[in-house]
Design a protein around this ligand. Sequence first.
Ligand code: ANZ
Ligand code: ZN
Length: 837
Amino acid sequence: MSEPSRDGHAAADTYDFHTIQGKWLPVWQRMDPFRADRLAGDDPAAQPDTRERRYLLDMFPYPSGDLHMGHGEAYAFGDLLARYWFQRGYNVLHPIGWDAFGLPAENAAIRRNAHPAEWTYANIDTQAESFKRYAVSFDWSRRLQTCDPAYYRWTQWLFLRLYERGLAYRKASYVNWCPTDQTVLANEQVIAGNCERCGSPVTKRELTQWYFKITDYAQRLLDDMEPLEGHWPERVLSMQRNWIGRSEGAYVDFAVEGREEPVTVFTTRPDTLFGATFFVVAPESKLAAELVTADQREAFETYLEEVKRTTEIERLSTEREKTGVFLGVHAVNPVNGQRIPIYAADYVLADYGTGAIMAVPAQDQRDWDFARRYDLPIVRTVQPPADFEGEAFVGDGPAVNSANAEVSLDGLGVDEAKTTIISWLESKGLGRGAVTFRLRDWLVSRQRYWGAPIPIVHCSTCGEVPVADEQLPVELPDLRGADLSPKGTSPLAAASDWVEVDCPKCGGTARRDTDTMDTFVDSSWYYLRYCSPNDEERPFDPDDVRRWMPVDQYVGGVEHAILHLLYSRFFVKVLHDLGVLDFTEPFKALLNQGQVINQGKAMSKSLGNGVDLGEQLAMYGVDAIRLTMVFAGPPEDDIDWADLSPAGSLRFLQRAWRVAGDVTSELGADPADGDRALRKVTHAVIKEVTEHVESFKFNVAVARLMELVNAVRKAIDSGPGPADPAVREAAEALAVMLSLVAPYTAEDMWERLGHEPTVALVGWPTYDADLAAAETLTAVAQVAGKLRDKFEVSPDISEDELRQLALASERVQSALAGREIRKVIVRAPRLVNIVPG
Ligand code: ANZ
Ligand code: ZN
């Protein structure tokens, strides 16, 4: 059945990945082995697949072209885990779909003068073919595309559910605006002050936009992270925490001269109230416009124009010189009655806290800088230590200068001073303890074409009227040939036939909302749709969702650490509150893969260091590329393609494949009769690979497989020979374990070993604990030649380890009785002799 393995292999014994790929891909396609519920009968309700379920979710791709190296890596990891679960006999859900709406499709369509749908679906087809060739274990029957009306119908349905609960609403506000893409952006899409998509500096515009009220869920989004600890990367949890940005403090009311109602500020440091020497409001807030006196109006308006051109990042920077303008009015400090001037300054943001602050220059550096620039008084209310050299002192210390006739904070530490002043303010009705969050409501409307239309009709009589559920989907008008280029208003507005409708309520003339939803809305619930992708009655079947959700393991890039994960968590909580889900977190565990870089840098067109996945696959084959990705390092680390050797991976696969061909024992030969030394290696490797896969040390697992290949090779060539049943045992275990990373090679090995396809479902090899246990022997420790202690040690213990072990022994120490040690003689692995002085 097989040729000898020495030099000069026969042609039939040449490993050729092209042939192997061409041979197995169609076989698998016919077998369709990776369907969820595979063991269910024709009527799954009557005859369900009762195996334990596991849901492995890969972040679904954006169809921006063919798959790239980053995909190659991410899906190699996700597939490794899914295949491991298949081998363990779980009923695995491993679906795939496309996040298919969004700007890139629209921009590409404009460039090519084509319809976004054409570009999108063509890319999806390309990627789907590539995924199949890449042998990812997807359940293809569940494939979805968020731009399909059959999908976005339910995105719209979910919008309406949020709308009914008051969680989707419209408001006018200053919003992030990308001047290049001519669209608003969510805060989450502004990266370091620039548009996430195109990199242009983001400016502000006042617009009426749709929002999801994620702020209602801020505290729960924080609290519910607790069970995720240890299962999500700590860095992702902390990014979420920071983004939500919980602050404890107080609201304090300040009277303003010549104004009826007081102005409230939010402060995290109410203990510093006695040091508030001026007052600042956000320039673009309504309050600023109301407060400014006629004298100061012109200066104020000039300043406001300047501010609108500044990004949020610049505004908050502590480095930047502070600017502002006096508004001509004064506030009154409620604790000491002092008149303090009110400024508008851009370091105060309109949409955080109340958009107004009490400025305490002695304790806050930005206030300090401003006070210096505008020559305002600085009063210390926390005593810094004697050696303090900074300007504003933000540390703890006894309060000073902080007393009035009724309350004194002097001498108290920061925390105690806070509680004291908050109770005093509360008793006087001048303020109250409070918690705020940095998280803003999620701006979901976009003035672009390629997205799910917002299912609302605007009627001059009835106002906002939701489209009835039965009328969904509100399909995108075709707009073929229309001008989609960014104009600042939605291209949908130009489709007058589509826009003009009868009001669902009164029947009068009305207009459809012409905005589309942010694509993050589409991706906030796709993992639910996978559970029952073809349900035509509802977004998902609650029974199916109950069976599969929450996702057991989510795999994807850390670039989604905030937006996508936060939004998905929010959606699940809302749906939980609606009574449709019985859990509150969508993803039990998260694995972030690193990036594939090249020559130390992220791949980019301008650097010319791009590596093309398709070319790599053509050169080395799918298995060698997957193996290279997995072997490169821990999954979270970046991998530098320049440092890796796909050719080396290919050689390893050849060696493994030849081993399978060399086996000459009968199928089913009893391994118990085989060579014990090889069996020990095989079982130890199975044990370790199992542990490494479960703890995501995939690279180490691969290293163990390499060790196993070497051991069988040796056994074939110079050990017990190819007919020994232990050689078959090793080769079979190798094929099964290798199927997680190199499915084609493994399948071909399996056939060479005399089996039927598919190796992917034969079951994970088990190990015999006795065989897997490392061999130990007994080492002795002597003191002055007398036996004092014994240890069980590994045969390859080092001299150093053995010495340490002996010296740490209590018996040895008591035999030494405090005497000095003159000499330690170590003969690893069996003997240590300690000679006292
Ligand atoms: C007085 C004070 C004294 C403050 C002091 C800090 C230190 P976090 O922790 O980020 O929530 N603040 C409030 N609203 C603001 C806004 N709209 N724009 C810019 N800054 C604003 O910070 C809350 C603190 O940031 C508040 O506490 C306020 O300054 C400022 F020694 O009030 B503080
Ligand atoms: Zn109406």
